[in-house]
Design a protein around this ligand. Sequence first.
Ligand SMILES: [Zn+2]
Length: 331
Amino acid sequence: MKSNITEILEEYESLRLRNENLQRQRIEEVYTRLPVIRDIDSKISSIGFEIASSIFKLSKEGIDAEEFISNKRKEIESLKQEKAVILTENGFAHDYMDINYKCSKCKDTGYVDAKKCNCFKQKLINLYYKQSNLTNVLQRENFTTFKMDYYSTVKSETYGVSPRDNIMEISARCVDFCETFDNNNTNLLFTGSTGLGKTFLCNCIAMEVLKKGKSVVYNTSSTLIDNIRNIKYSDTDKSKLDYTLNCDLLIIDDLGTENITQSSQSEIFNIINERILRRKKTIISTNLSLDELQVKYHQRIVSRIFGNFDIFEFFGQDIRIIINSHKVKKR
Ligand SMILES: [Zn+2]
């Protein structure tokens, strides 16, 4: 049986081949439409050859190789500029003939300086934590598709603000969390009943953080506990557990829907506690109120959360019901 690593490396290889083919096609397209570009390219490569072949010869003849090479490099630069101008004047992007990497950091090799690139780590996470559908959800749900007009503008007596103002504030804080991701040490707790956009915002954040090339583990609390137990008790490769502790962002969705036992509580405590100690960010979403959390969970979990998480309370009417009734009216 092929190992996961081998499979992923083969995936990278076929991705690179596909992109190299596409690049060749684009180059041919440009050469056909603009033969002058082919001439420029062949000039560039012959100067490159001149540089390479002259180094040994020049130093033997006592000629200043450094000056010669820097002049030649300048020639190449100006040819490249000329090329970019011609391309854009003819409706092509200036980098149309370059290769398109899915990950520019590792150039789709999976490695940077012999270490696994974040995109590689994320592939392993998706595999180990069964989140293969994550990217599909994420393409649909992002900050730009978040509709706030379903939230009421009527001020809540209990909270002193309207659900609309509340969700706008929360959403702005979430955007800020993503924008300052590298520099903040913030954990977020989303609490409130179902259908108020908690999972949606978790998805938005996951999407933005993944786009930054960070690693994200995103599980419901029950799946997370199952995954951890599976790795602990039936997998030979315990290093897979490191991803819950070391990924850049851990999102625990639906805390409180798992079967809450002594052992599930100790798994949850260990993860939250370890991540706080390692200064790794965690987001928890739960349908439980703050009071219910205190009743259902051990004091040491609750105190870690209350002491280390920014708490956002979602309130208002279930927006999924509002959206559905709008659909009915339209018919
Ligand atoms: Zn990469």
